[in-house]
Write a protein that binds this ligand. Structure first.
Ligand code: UT7
Length: 430
């Protein structure tokens, strides 16, 4: 297990607050309104969406290119030279799912921000391998965190999902609808990969990354976003069966319709074009030039795509582009937040830096966010009591969830409109 835990931010050493709200504060001086007693938003106060926490989690089990040589007709040399990938992490037991990986990443992000889960207003989980079609993986994560004041939804934009979700978080915060938004990219792609298809199974990996986005009056943060889609390419990268267009059947199972199918070359061409375009566009929106960029964190799919787009077309030097796909493969929505955490760990991000996150994926979709990093990455003073409160909440969340399920089972024995099956009892659960 590898978990980023150790880079607490202390957002805002300038003592900035969230638009004057004073009830509820983390150790970093970021103050947020409590949902129990919401305060009116001052529409004239400056408001920014800052990334104040970050974390990731990958499963312990590693599959190397050499391991894959034993499974399909492939070679380490082919995979390394055509993709840059050397190994990937995959889940090893049924108890590891997209939600459990997402919960671990989210806990790490809350720890860095030193924020209690009850302060989170919204959880967005971008995922290409959700736990179910219904309900959302985000709701399962919400329950696991004990984030009892949070709304939760999944966002489906394939590998562009994290950038899309970050853009949604920014919008929600700037609109005054949330003080804290957890944005998670979580994947167990190994469960939807055809392990007999060498064209795809060598590419993907499992993992989750998360950031906590907070409302703040410190200028900077997520300053601009660009989102795009071209649905005419929907068939280029797809899991064809299991949705309403092709419901699950014996035939969809036997024909492998529930696995990832991809026209790799077409996706490669598209990706190379849109990564450069989206980066240019988002920089234009943020009022920046390519030379102003300190670090690009691209979707980690193929090192050749990154070389042909960001390095060659935009002429951004190699040292300003973060690449870690050799260790994780393509983790879809999780790739950018995992790379962000590792870039911070590697000392590549400092307050004042201009960052670009840029991604592409099935849909087809693409997106980019420009970030003015405004948060110290040094470890602040330990707040053990907040940590203890968070750990207690996580323990209580599991018990609370079990208790609510048990009570619902009891109530389900009675007609919905009876004394024991009605709304009154349902309300008592919450
Ligand atoms: O998040 C978005 C997800 N998708 C992507 O990012 C995919 C983007 N596309 C790519 O990264 C690349 O197109 C691939 C890595 C998928 C493929 O690389 P390529 O350089 O475009 O190879 P290709 O598909 O043109 O295949 C070249 C050869 C073929 O053999 P022949 O027909 O030339 O004899 C393939 O059958 O390589 C063969 N091949 C392999 N050989 C060994 C394909 N996969 C493998 C493999 N091992 N795993």
């Amino acid at each position: 297990m590898s978990e980023q835990q150790s880079q607490p931010s202390n957002m805002n050493t300038s003592g900035a607050t969230v638009n004057g709200h004073s009830n509820g504060s983390n150790g970093n001086g970021v103050q947020a309104v409590s949902q129990a007693s919401p305060q009116p938003i001052n529409p004239f106060a400056p408001r920014y969406a800052q990334i104040v926490g970050w974390g990731y989690h990958v499963p312990e089990k590693v599959i190397t290119n050499f391991d894959l040589e034993k499974i399909v007709d492939t070679q380490d040399e082919w995979i390394r030279t055509r993709t840059g990938i050397e190994e990937r992490h995959v889940v090893a037991s049924p108890s590891e799912t997209s939600a459990t990986l997402g919960i671990q990443a989210a806990k790490a992000a809350l720890e860095v921000a030193d924020i209690h889960p009850s302060k989170v207003d919204l959880i967005i989980c971008a995922t290409s391998s959700p736990e179910h079609i219904v309900p959302s993986t985000a709701s399962i994560i919400q329950d696991g965190l004990g984030a009892t004041n949070a709304g939760a939804f999944d966002l489906s934009a394939a590998c562009s999902g994290f950038v899309y979700a970050l853009s949604m978080a920014r919008g929600h915060i700037l609109a005054g609808d949330a003080e804290y938004v957890l944005v998670i990219g979580a994947e167990t792609l190994s469960r939807i990969v055809d392990w007999t298809d060498r064209a795809t199974c060598v590419l993907f990996g499992d993992g989750a990354g998360a950031v906590l986005v907070a409302a703040s009056d410190v200028p900077g943060g997520i300053t601009a976003s660009v989102l795009g889609s071209d649905g005419s390419g929907a068939d280029l990268l797809t899991v064809p069966a299991g949705g309403s267009a092709m419901p699950s059947s014996l035939e969809t199972v036997s024909s492998g319709g529930h696995y990832i199918k991809m026209d790799g070359t077409a996706v490669f061409r598209f990706a190379t074009r849109v990564m450069a375009e989206a980066t240019r566009q988002v920089l234009g929106k943020a009022g920046l030039r390519v030379e102003d960029v300190d670090l690009v964190i691209p979707h980690q799919a193929n090192v050749r795509i990154i070389q042909n787009s960001v390095l060659k077309q935009l002429k951004i030097p190699e040292e300003k582009v973060f690449v870690n796909l050799q260790k994780y493969g393509n983790t879809s929505t999780a790739s950018i937040p995992i790379a962000l955490c590792e870039a911070i760990e590697a000392g590549k991000i400092h307050p004042g830096n201009n960052l670009v996150f840029v991604g592409f994926g099935a849909g087809l979709t693409w997106g980019a966010c420009s970030i003015k990093w405004s948060v110290p990455v040094a470890k602040p003073n330990e707040t053990w009591w907040r940590n203890t409160a968070r750990q207690a909440t996580y323990q209580a969340a599991a018990a609370r969830s079990m208790w609510k399920r048990a009570i619902r089972r009891v109530y389900s024995q009675f007609p919905a409109e009876s004394r024991w099956g009605g709304r009154k009892e349902e309300n008592e659960l919450s």
